[in-house]
Design a protein around this ligand. Sequence first.
Ligand code: CDP
Ligand code: MG
Length: 746
Amino acid sequence: SEDIKEKGANFEHQKWEEEHLNAALLHFGSKDAKEKFKKDKDYDYVLDDEITFVKSLRMPGKNEKKNKNYESDLEEEAQTRAKKSIEETRKSLPIYAYRQDLLDAISQHQVIIIEGETGSGKTTQITQYLCEDGYTKINGEKKKIGCTQPRRVAAMSVAARVAQEMGVKLGTDVGYSIRFEDCTSDRTVIKYMTDGMLLREFLNEPDLESYSVLIIDEAHERTLHTDILFGLVKDIARFRSDLKLLISSATMDCEKFSDFFDGAPIFRIPGRRFPVDIFYTKQPEADYLQAVVVTVFQIHISQPLGDILVFLTGQEEIEACSEMITEKSRKLGKKIKELIVLPIYSNLPSDMQIKIFEPTPLNARKVILATNIAETSLTIDGIIYVIDPGFCKQKTYNARTGMESLIVTPISKASANQRAGRAGRVSPGKCFRLYTVSAYEKELDDNSIPEIQRTNLGNVVLLLKSLGINDLVHFDYIDPPPHETLIMALEQLYALGALNHKAELTKLGRRMAEFPVDPMLSKTLIASEKYKCSEEILTICSMLSVNNAIFYRPKDKIIHADAARQNFYNPAGDHITLLNIYKQWEDTSFSTQWCFENFIQHRSMKRARDVRDQLASLMERVEIDLVSCVDDSVAIRKAITAGFFYHSAKLSKTGSYKTTKHQQTVHIHPNSCLFESLPRWVVYYELVFTSKEYMRQIIEIENDWLVEVAPHYYNAKNLQDNSNQKMPKNTGKTSDQVTRKYPALN
Ligand code: CDP
Ligand code: MG
């Protein structure tokens, strides 16, 4: 194993130097350009405001001429790339030189850690090498090569790429499986899937007998599901000596993985990374979105061609930024070269995703607005500039209150460096950090906290319980979750009725585990049986799964769009509003035109319909008939409350809300249809934190429903309404607190 480590390390150094040199010659061939390149290192990067920016527009040509060489080089490269056959492209990837070494190592060891720079070909090539080497047929029996991805977009796009490289149709020999979408068949031998999907496969096939190799890819991301998979695959590898296990990661702390897998050898694939110059802002940026836009145009006007990658925190931010850039670009018109703005985030429909991989047209520049997904999961060729505002959206979890919320947080140093690295894949690049050097040094943590330590574990605990893993405290974690988080998960599952007082799985819990959704949602689905509204609940749950992408709100038609949205509003709450939308769409036989007229995103609706179909077949599995309550909003809301009673809140005098149990202050999201009506009691779907804690997707409830749906959790006396506002059931009792009973813990 030492051998393998050595081989990689030495070579890495040499090759890097060599390529560094070549690249400098290729792209900065002229003396002028070389000088400029050197000088740029000392260039003090300061953000101009729009006025200065316009000034620099009045002096065009200066940079363009200087960089002529550079641009024609890029064009040439783009053309060669387009001409290159698939075979040549595959051979040009850094991993190719190690193909045989890697296969040898795999045949000698059961578990190997593979470390390599992003873009070196790990994800797309290793599966194919294994396939070519016979791993899909063992002793005459068909076996699969599985490869997990933390993100759905990555699983889909990588599978598509590999299918293309192998010249097969996606879904045949090469396929993917993500939640609510299975694009595989009996023929599939290379299967890409989200880590969550592999986790669920353990339910049907506990020893994963149909796989000969499992690749846990993007291990460095340390998602909750990947972390749990580590423990599970390590365990099955013990009694399945024929199973090969590859843990693959970007260049980061791989010793930790090696230690976890009993000292498994690390195979390092030397990457090719060109130097990236890093620029910081002189002052902190108050509005980083604005700063992004200014920086994009500064680069576009002053720097040679080459695509820009911007890291933003989520879909909403990406859409806002995209509009700002497009608008500005439209205003500037012919004064600038063409800017092609492309978004990429996990909910983006697949036909839109493909666009980011299309080569940039001559004389144009792509600006890719991405979430963290482009940090390591996806490699987009041609990126030379990276703009890094230094934030990402992270789940955080308060184990004491059980409140989970999405918060925009500063990234870690490790992330910042991965992001910068994205600029140096095809040539030397530049990374513009929209924060100060001292912020980088003093405010960023070295590494991100693994998800298992900052999320609700309800889902995973339910899954592990249904796999028969009872002792969750002593499960083989690479990093253990906080004890309180585990306890909270057990308590919540107990309150939902999924576990009994001995913390054993109940019949209800077993049924809930069939659904690949959060326990609160699966409880809602099952409760719909009792309230005779399964048709409606199915629709609502499907709509919730795409809920942030339903309304279309173009800037120039905001008034119309908002009016259209308000037409659907239902005083009972947002869930019922979503139901209305779906029903009306269904009434028009799923018309595209109807969506268009009502400012509804057709793609999202289609996705909701797909999700609905999937959930419907799972309902059949747990033997729940699909029945409709027609328009009984109370039945529907009671079913929702049966799943989400944890998420109840009560109006307080100030117009904000307090969560029932912990008295945390929360607010109704301005997009909610209940924003103005302020009902006394509400149940919310999720919390998001922006300027404050907002409840998103809310229904109005009656407080006594809480006792009805969760009598072991809520106590009638404690829920009595004691405020002095006009309310029939107001009894003036004082306590507003809720008691809870604790389940026994293992
Ligand atoms: O996994 P790793 O980061 O090591 O590399 P990869 O994802 O296998 O990417 C290898 C090459 O395939 C890169 O040059 C990507 O640009 C290319 N690729 C692509 O063109 N389209 C995709 N959907 C995925 C990868
Ligand atoms: Mg990869």
